[in-house]
Design a protein around this ligand. Structure first.
Ligand code: MN
Length: 257
């Protein structure tokens, strides 16, 4: 009897920020890792689309990173223009950490517009950043993007258990990385609050580093193993679960044609 090894998932990686962008696209594709290439500005999207257009496993997401909104808010028009070219959106969201607090009101306006555009288009899948801003992010998602109009994956979620519970009720998924699992509080959110059916994995490379090197999509297997250990599951079962969760996220939610 043969068994098919389920695929690995890296639902949040900045492929275009590695020095070897083309090489890492080839590497992830060859390894068959379902990779979401998130971007930080609409300006970066066309090149990402071009490099991933003929790949089986990699998809390009259209983003406008909250940490760049102070300087790039005017790119929201380009975001609107490119949105019909992809069903994936990210990295978008809100960041109220000290270096970005000054632009918070502007970030809220931009993220509101992003959610309105996604709700209007329908069928989009969003990778969302929420740093020190989980409640305002969830408030906007609740107000603007019902689960029937778009699906949200909270990337590297660091909110409270109560906020995580609310996100689950709003239909959100969670992409978990190795750094997140290193923190006891976030680890406990994963074990006690987030249903196993809502878990996905990510690297957030190249920002997350391991042994002095930027983590790569092929390293996501370590996070699956870590997640398996955390949830006391067999690694291959965990891998199957994550693959199934991605299928449910994608197939259960066909984009309008
Ligand atoms: Mn990121």
């Amino acid at each position: 009897m043969t068994s098919v090894t389920p695929f690995l998932v890296d639902l949040h990686c900045h492929l275009d920020l590695y020095p070897d962008f083309e090489g890492i696209v080839r590497e992830s594709e060859a390894a068959g890792i379902k990779t979401l290439a998130v971007t930080t500005t609409p300006r970066a999207f066309p090149r990402n689309l071009e490099l991933t257009r003929n790949t089986r496993h990699i998809r390009a997401a259209l983003g406008l990173h909250p940490q760049l909104v102070a300087d790039s808010a005017n790119e929201i028009d380009r975001f609107a223009e490119f949105l019909p070219q992809t069903r994936y959106v990210g990295e978008v969201g809100l960041d109220a950490s000290p270096p970005h607090r000054a632009s918070f009101a502007l970030q809220e306006r931009v993220f509101t517009r992003v959610l309105d555009l996604c709700a209007e288009a329908g069928g989009k899948i969003l990778s969302v950043h929420a740093v020190r801003a989980s409640t305002p992010v969830l408030d906007l998602i609740e107000a603007k993007l019902s689960p029937g109009r778009g699906r949200v994956v909270l990337h590297w979620f660091t909110g409270s258990a109560e906020e995580a519970r609310r996100a689950v009720e709003l239909g959100c998924y969670f992409s978990v990385n190795g750094e997140m699992l290193r923190h006891p509080r976030h680890r406990s959110t994963v074990t006690t609050v987030i249903p196993v059916t809502r878990l996905l994995t990510e690297t957030d490379g190249p920002f997350v580093r391991k042994e002095g090197q930027s983590i790569r999509p092929v390293d996501v297997s370590a996070t699956v193993d870590d997640l398996a250990a955390t949830l006391r599951a067999a690694p291959e079962k965990m891998r199957e679960q994550i693959a199934q969760n991605l299928r449910t996220l994608l197939i259960g939610f066909e984009p309008p044609t």
